[in-house]
Design a protein around this ligand. Structure first.
Ligand code: NAD
Length: 278
């Protein structure tokens, strides 16, 4: 990703934020966190044109009390923002990235399940705007990925890597974007490509585990916010590195930190490591 280089510092005015998917779980959480942040101002909230929430007060919907920002079905209203923070769907995030780049708004994308083509489209938008893209905006998970890369580089011969994740029953993609990012970190540590060593599905006569594979296992149920473990199985020993999220607020707070970074960054394609370093 791009080397972070900040341009002139922000003036003392508040950073204007636009939230697509404002009626969604993350959208409402972001609106609550923005209401508590003195340096941020919500200026636009959108959702699908056919969403029930269209026309409702986004603050009321988020549980913070009236804020006067009505949920609009017109994504062009996001153009008023300095930074668009998008936790929606892959198709919607790409459409919003085109609007953001067309109106010179910075962007944070937290949507998961993007294809390689979708990521190429985001990178194209990042030619003209600062764009932070991260499947997990928690600070803890960002650090976890760094640790995994280091450990994977050390524990090579005779060590099997398995990644286990659990999420609530509403989640629509699997393995989670975070599990894949942790897999990428482990593969990077070992100097291999994840797509060449990943083992996503095991059923029936699978044969023995191949040395060097990185396996994935997925649990779905209840209201689990997000749990990830990277397990290194050795001979007579095991190293486990885990992260457990108990409140979605951690993702929203990380996304707001990314928005503050993006508001004063030069155009480029960034991730949470850039945000932590910035
Ligand atoms: P959700 O279904 O509760 O909310 C998504 C919202 O986006 C809905 O209100 C939906 O109507 C809206 N939406 C869909 N298409 C739209 C469009 N074209 N225009 C405007 N709004 C549109 O889902 P959620 O739990 O809030 O998660 C959203 C995304 O964020 C998922 O991809 C999820 O995996 C991801 N996520 C990422 C992180 C992270 O740390 N990066 C954390 C949690 C969730």
């Amino acid at each position: 990703m791009t080397t972070p280089m900040t341009s002139s510092p922000m003036t003392s005015s508040r950073i204007k934020i636009g939230i697509p998917g404002a009626a969604g779980r993350m959208g409402r959480m972001l609106i609550r966190e923005i209401a508590a942040a003195p340096d941020l101002e919500l200026v636009a909230a959108t959702d699908r044109a056919d969403a029930e929430a269209i026309g409702q007060d986004s603050g009321l919907l988020a549980g913070t009390g009236t804020n006067g920002v009505l949920i609009s079905g017109n994504p062009d209203s996001l153009a008023d923002a300095d930074v668009v923070i998008d936790f929606t769907s892959p198709v919607a995030s790409i459409a919003h990235a085109k609007i953001a780049s067309g109106h010179n708004c910075a962007m944070v994308v937290g949507t998961t399940g993007l294809s390689g083509d979708d990521e190429t489209a985001l990178a194209a938008a990042a030619n003209s705007i600062p764009l932070v893209y991260c499947a997990n905006t928690s600070i803890g998970v960002t650090l976890l990925a760094r640790l995994v890369e280091q450990v994977a580089a050390q524990l090579v011969e005779g060590w099997d890597i398995e990644i286990l994740e659990a999420h609530h029953h509403h989640k629509v993609d699997a393995p989670s974007g975070t599990a894949l990012a942790l897999g990428e970190a482990a593969a990077r540590g070992r100097g291999v490509k994840l797509e060449e060593v990943s083992d996503m599905v095991r059923q029936g006569q699978t044969g023995a585990r191949k040395p060097g594979d990185i396996g994935f296992a997925v649990l779905r149920g209840g209201d689990v916010t997000g749990e990830h473990s990277v397990i290194f199985f050795g001979d007579s020993e095991r190293v486990e590195i885990s992260h457990k999220a108990t409140d979605r607020a951690i993702f929203a707070r990380g996304a707001l930190r990314a928005a503050r970074f993006a508001a004063s960054a030069r155009p480029g394609f960034y991730d949470m490591n850039d945000v932590l370093a910035g």
